[in-house]
Design a protein around this ligand. Structure first.
Ligand SMILES: Nc1ncnc2c1ncn2[C@@H]1O[C@H](COP(=O)(O)OP(=O)(O)OP(=O)(O)O)[C@@H](O)[C@H]1O
Length: 714
């Protein structure tokens, strides 16, 4: 992104007079079309500009009738989801029936207690009123009312405590249950499905709890409001007319309330000056520290930052959620405030028409009723509006287990019986006219273009070529991390299309060693042992794998040996720690946060050991090695390749590398890739004789050792 220019619409606005935050909050279709939206997308959205923020809302139907229909459709969808909600509630009930009932009863009681408090308070006020009027307080009645109020308050405090005490326990039960369910749902997803942004993998166990709590809350509010309405409408100081008047204000407030928070929307900033500010600000963080210091660009960052501030001018960056609710005129605020005075007006008119009913207690009671109803209604509307979200969350939760993987499982077990395919030497691989583009890829050219090649069982094949040539993509297709689209060629394994085999059996026969493998946040023994999960606890096998992978020496460096967890999950968190006053706490926090660092090469050795552990299954028929040696020293690299070659019996070996030497010398077949195509194919001698792409890549590296000055210094 370049610096803001005069032509940038946002920057141009920024230089104008201070702007009314809601001024731009009008549909602005032309601007929407200016952005990176297709015509179809622009037609489906209503864009708003709120300061630096651009908000895209789904288009509402134009006519009022259609809007009402659309709202009704939304609610009928919520209503139709009741079997799912019932399933959800029954599932939670079955986790702990007693606790479920307790939580629900306590919630409903919460709704009732405001009515009880209203009753006791109004009773007390009436007794005091009578006492004042007669000049002689009814001590008995006052005592009784106060005792009743104290009991009521104590009971309320106890139930509140019980709710607070029980809720976290039940929340943990519910979350653990759904975490377990989601863990399984997510673990079964393949790479294209889990990276698909539209997939339902965003379900969370916390949402399960909050949906349950929210549904209980909505039920409690509805229960509470109904009991209040019934109670107040039957009181002398209340009555049906008063009740109706008292709910006018909250109803008006509801009709006039605009909250972006509750609406489906997409929010982003398209203000170049603001985006530049964010980028520059992020460069002050620890992530860029080293680069910023080395390049000595602190001064440049500061000056660019000031320029971006000037360019932003007075355009507000206050969050769009806060800006959205601001009205353009005070009209609705005034109407709502006046509506809030209706109960007082009612009381005043009533007092004038029926002076006998006039009393200080009655006005206090009315005020109480009206405040209580106002609050109960607002809370009910708030919670009921959320019900749609809870129902959606519950749907998403259950859909997580039903997501169809994009990689469809086959039916044939690998390896096939010996009479159908001989796999004793390893896996036989063929790519027939394969073209492949990554899902959602924006590149002009496919990652692979009409690639045909054959790697006979037991061969040592090496793929070389320039960056982005498609080398790793071939390996990913062989692991069925992705599938070739129908009609774009075929990957054939031992004579059958790769899709025919069951994924589990195929992956057992496959070992992948790549440069970007991660260490799991588990002890090293498990990190290595998980190459062969069934034998993960067999320390002898793990140590053998560590020796083969070149990690044995490294393991002996750690106090806890193979039990060391290099990257444990950290939960330590410090809050409000002062550098001077809380030195000890800071030291403790520092220790808790500390992870053990190992070098890139050492990490690679641990990951390589996992591959050697996998060899011990005896089922590996294809070993794919994708540049695992970039972090290794030359000796480590040589030893790794030698040990991998030594373990090649019964396996096809496929290496991706940029380094010519040990591997290319031993290769039965070299595949030279360029821009997604097979540029050349053959042995080292054959390709050198061609004097093409391979020879040119080889010569660049060879020159470094044969150039005259090197030869002279040697
Ligand atoms: N996950 C992905 N999504 C989209 N495009 C990708 C993805 N992975 C790779 N590509 C693109 O596919 C093309 C081939 O990538 P590939 O990783 O196979 O190249 P390579 O030959 O292994 O490169 P290198 O030598 O740099 O590792 C590149 O243009 C790359 O940008």
């Amino acid at each position: 992104m370049g610096a803001p220019t005069e032509n940038s619409p946002d920057v141009a606005t920024a230089k104008g007079p201070p702007e009314d935050p809601t001024k731009d909050a009008t549909p602005d279709k032309s601007k929407c079309r200016d952005q990176a939206l297709t015509d179809e997308e622009a037609d489906a959205c209503t864009p708003l500009q709120l300061g630096v923020w651009r908000v895209l809302l789904p288009k509402e139907p134009a006519s009022k009738y259609k809007r009402v229909r659309s709202a009704m459709d939304k609610w009928s969808a919520v209503a139709l989801a009741y079997p799912l909600v019932l399933r959800f509630l029954l599932e939670i009930y079955s986790l702990d029936p007693r606790m479920f009932i307790l939580v629900v009863v306590l919630k409903l009681w919460d709704g009732m207690e405001s009515v009880l408090l209203l009753y006791v308070s109004s009773r007390l006020l009436q007794i005091i009123e009578v006492g004042l009027r007669e000049g002689r307080p009814d001590v008995n009645a006052i005592t009784q009312a106060i005792i009743a109020r104290l009991i009521c308050v104590t009971f309320t405090a106890t139930t509140t405590w019980a709710r607070e005490y029980i809720s976290p326990i039940f929340q943990s039960r519910i979350q653990r249950h759904f975490e377990d369910y989601l863990l399984q749902a997510k673990l079964r997803l393949d790479i294209p499905t889990s990276s698909d942004s539209s997939s339902k993998t965003k379900a969370s166990a916390y949402d399960a709890w909050s949906s349950f709590e929210g549904l209980c809350e909505a039920a409690q509010r509805a229960f509470g409001l109904t009991s209040q309405l019934l109670f107040i409408s039957q009181q002398k100081s209340g009555g049906p007319l008063f009740t109706t008047i008292a709910v006018v204000r909250p109803l008006l407030a509801l009709a006039g309330s605009h909250s972006l928070w509750m609406k489906p929307h997409v929010l982003y900033s398209d203000n170049e000056a603001y985006l530049r500010l964010l980028s520059l600000e992020s460069m002050s963080g620890t992530y860029y520290r080293g680069d910023v210091i080395a390049a000595n660009i602190a001064g440049w960052i500061t000056s660019q930052y000031h320029q971006a501030i000037d360019a932003l001018g007075s355009v507000t960056s206050r969050h769009a959620w806060e800006q959205y609710g601001i009205e353009r005129t005070p009209a609705s605020n005034i109407i709502s405030a006046l509506a809030g005075q209706l109960p007082t007006l009612y009381w005043a008119i009533n007092a004038m028409l029926n002076p006998a009913t006039f009393s200080m207690a009655s006005i206090a009671i009315m005020q109480q009723y009206s405040t209580s109803l106002n609050y109960a209604l607002q809370m009910l509307f708030w919670d009921v509006r959320q019900v749609g979200k809870y129902v959606t969350d519950i749907k998403v939760l259950y859909e997580a287990a039903e997501i169809q993987n994009q990689i469809v499982d086959g039916t044939v077990e690998y390896p096939r019986p010996a009479n159908e395919a001989d796999t004793s030497k390893g896996m036989d691989i063929e790519l027939r006219n394969v073209s492949f583009a990554y899902p959602g890829d924006k590149a002009k050219e496919n990652a692979l273009r009409d690639v045909s090649l054959r790697i006979p069982a037991g061969s040592l094949a090496v793929i070389v070529g320039a960056n982005g040539g498609g080398k790793s993509t071939i390996i990913k297709l062989l692991a069925r991390m992705y599938d070739v689209a129908p009609g774009s060629g075929a990957v054939v394994i031992d004579g059958l299309p790769i899709q025919d085999y069951t994924l589990a059996s195929l992956r057992q026969a496959y070992a992948l060693l790549a440069q970007d493998h991660r260490l799991y946040p588990l002890p090293l023994a498990e990190n290595i042992g998980l190459g062969y999960p069934e034998k993960v606890d067999d320390r002898e096998m793990v140590m053998q794998a560590a020796r083969d992978g070149g990690a044995a020496e490294l393991l002996s460096k750690f106090k806890d040996g193979v039990e060391t967890n290099l990257e444990p999950v950290t939960t330590a968190y410090g809050y409000q720690l002062d550098d001077d006053k809380h030195k000890t706490l800071k030291t403790v926090l520092g220790k808790l946060e500390k992870t053990t660092e190992v070098s890139g090469g050492e990490k690679q050795r641990l990951v390589s050991s996992r591959t050697f552990m996998r060899f011990q299954t005896g089922k590996v028929k294809l070993l794919c090695v994708d540049e695992p040696s970039s972090a290794l020293d030359p000796k480590g690299e040589f030893e790794l390749f030698e040990r991998l070659r030594a373990a090649r019996a019964g396996k096809t070996l496929l290496f991706v590398t940029h380094r010519f030497g040990h591997l290319t010398k031993h290769a039965d077949i070299i595949i030279c890739m360029k821009a997604g195509k097979v540029a050349e194919l053959g042995t080292h001698q054959e390709l050198m004789a061609l004097d093409g792409e391979y020879a040119s890549l080889y010569n660049v590296q060879a020159q470094a050792f044969t150039a005259p000055e090197v030869a002279a210094s040697g």
